[in-house]
Design a protein. Sequence first.
Length: 315
Amino acid sequence: MKPQLTRGLKPAYGQMVRSAPTAAASIASASSRAKAPRPGVYKCYQCRKPFTVKVGTVFEDSHVPMRFWLQAMYLLCSSKKGISSNQLHRTLGVTLKTAWFMSHRIREAMKVTGVEPMGGAGVIVESDETYFGGVEGEGGKKARQARRRRGQGGRVHKNAVLTLVERGGAARSFHIDGNAISDIMPIVKENVAPAATIMTDEAKHYYDVGNDFAGHRTVKHSAEEYVRHDVWIEGDKIHFDAVHTNTVEGYYSIFKRGMTGVYQHCSEKHLHRYLAEFDFRYSNRVRLGVDDVQRTERALKGIVGKRLTYRSPSY
């Protein structure tokens, strides 16, 4: 039978007694707990500062819980025409300002950098331009009225967008200054492989593009020619080719429906991020064997090495 302890009596020989902690011991214990790193926080032994796995990613310095970030990324990746900041604000329960900034950080993660030229031998790449929105500072009712008074008309100069689409493959879009040869041709030469075949409309800036690529074929939209079927014989083989720019026109259809119907307004300085968003979803679409979950996983792989602050000088 175990010996019993009674208040004021000496314990039996060999029995352990838990003594009450002293005040000094309690303060030391509390101090050590305060200095201990939080779960998921590491300490750099070079700069002696704490850090988490979010450092060096688009999530850095964000106080939004990661579960909200992952939900937002899935929603933005799975919506064919995008999801507005207002919808994210209502769905996640964050402020509208937070939802807007989260969207831009996710678009930054979707941006593809350091890629090889599109196309190759026997591959067709379509090129076309479109115009969207208005140049910064030229919109608004008062601005239109002022232009009419000056005799300049009520139209707003729109932002020019160049898009290259590989048939059965990816898309790349660029916000350009205009439709001059100096604005378009350097981008086309840099992003399309010389062995590819270019298909365009009859725009003048594409007249000499065939000199830099394996082939160049055009359709004449001004004559209501939208598809032409070319047939030629090479050796003992008969080749059939559908000459059109309907693939890139289909991309613009999705882009403009999303920008007009979902986002409704886009500032000129943010246009390149919206283009990156639509390029990413188009280049990782279901027809290429990428579902919503895989698309979100690919977007998550793009978070590393990208940093976007609310007031960035390179916005």
